[in-house]
Design a protein around this ligand. Structure first.
Ligand code: 6CS
Ligand code: FE
Length: 291
């Protein structure tokens, strides 16, 4: 069955914008039972993100940070496909599928306080679409250019609609200077249709430095003028929940202070992946869970 493509991208040679047609908060009985108050949900619906400080205690953070360091030591110079190095060096940039391959991060992906927020916002049971550690080491951590995750997950993974969210869990203090997550509040209501054709096996390059499926500068400029840029600073243990279509990025880290975050992406079971809208082969399971 061919799913109609409600968010066509990387098809035309000119960029365009589309109004979001999906809900942000899937108000349902689950919404009433969940941990977030109605006001908090309304704020998430308006801004497309939510930052909760002190979500994890210093002890919980320390256990995650120790595991993150252990994984980094074990995977330095690794040729495993889940290990992504920085564009110009062998420095570890990201490790994918930690929810699948590592017990500590598997437990984290099933943490009731995380899952209950995701289920409340998405109004259904959820599953992990993707997990990754972004190390952004001191001195060598490079930028993540502006993008909407959903644009990639729709085109390259076949995610039908906007019913997914990311949790960025800070394992180090995120200052304004060590490459914190930058979000455009309210940008989730607009889908920027990107230009260009998705190269074959694009992920082998895009996870190091994304060049296709990135929004054009004119639309980005307009979005920043309209919404402004929020910088997600906060102590380790802060969790930022953001909608799959919230425009975001982060700068490089030339300071000595690492900015290591772990990301858990939850998708609604009502929004399971179909054939990629690029018409290409699906990306591997360590990037997009399909089973
Ligand atoms: O392609 C992806 O799925 C990954 N790329 C970016 C820049 N953010 C989402 C995800 O980690
Ligand atoms: Fe992203």
């Amino acid at each position: 069955m061919n799913h109609s493509d409600r968010y066509p991208s990387r098809i035309n040679e000119n960029p365009s914008t589309l109004k979001r047609v999906d809900r942000v908060v899937y108000w349902s009985d689950k919404t009433k039972e969940g941990p977030l108050t109605k006001d908090t949900l309304l704020s998430y619906e308006k801004k497309g993100y939510l930052s909760l400080r002190g979500f994890f205690s210093p002890d919980e953070v320390q256990e995650l940070r120790d595991e993150l360091t252990k994984l980094w030591q074990e995977n330095r110079g690794s040729t495993r496909k889940e290990v992504i190095s920085e564009p110009q060096s062998r420095e570890v940039r990201s490790i994918f599928a930690v929810h699948r391959d590592n017990t500590v991060f598997q437990n984290l992906s099933r943490h009731p306080r995380l899952v209950s927020v995701a289920e409340q916002i998405l109004g259904s049971d959820v599953y992990v679409h993707q997990s990754r550690i972004n190390y952004k080491h001191g001195f060598t951590g490079k930028e993540f250019y502006w993008h909407s995750d959903f644009e990639t997950w729709h085109v390259e993974d076949g995610m039908p609609g906007m019913r997914a969210l990311s949790c960025s869990i800070s394992l180090e203090e995120n200052y304004h200077y060590n490459g914190p997550l930058l979000l455009l509040p309210g940008s989730h209501q607009t889908f920027i249709s990107c230009v260009g054709q998705t190269p074959e096996s694009h992920y082998e390059q895009s996870l190091r430095k994304q060049e296709y499926g990135v929004p054009d500068q004119e639309n980005l400029k307009r979005m920043v003028e309209q919404h402004g840029i929020d910088t997600m600073i906060g102590p380790a243990g802060t969790v930022v929940f953001f909608d799959c279509n919230t425009m975001h990025g982060s700068n490089g880290n030339i300071t000595p202070v690492p900015r290591s975050n772990v990301f858990m992406v939850y998708n609604s079971v009502e929004n399971r992946l179909v054939a990629p809208f690029s018409g290409q082969e699906p990306r591997p399971d360590y990037i997009a869970t399909r089973d």
